[in-house]
Ligand binder design. Structure first.
Ligand SMILES: [Zn+2]
Ligand SMILES: [Zn+2]
Length: 68
């Protein structure tokens, strides 16, 4: 296995692949919703995106933003 660096998103609490996000502390999903960065084209397998490792978690704040 190569050197894959994972981080925990401070917003949703999901693990994500550090290289997959433009933000240092947010997964691609939260970075997209909060700051308009390009989101990952998630492909879910076994409950996790195989590209960025996001597990589908959303904070209440993110859910609220998406509802509007
Ligand atoms: Zn997140
Ligand atoms: Zn993804």
């Amino acid at each position: 296995m190569e050197n894959i660096k994972t981080k925990i998103c401070v917003e949703c609490g999901s693990e994500y692949l550090a290289n997959s996000s433009k933000m240092s502390e947010l997964c691609p999903e939260c970075a997209s919703v909060l700051y308009g960065y390009k989101n990952c084209n998630h492909i879910f397998e076994n409950g996790k995106c195989i590209k960025c490792l996001w597990d589908g978690s959303r904070s209440n704040y993110i859910k609220h933003l998406l509802e509007d």
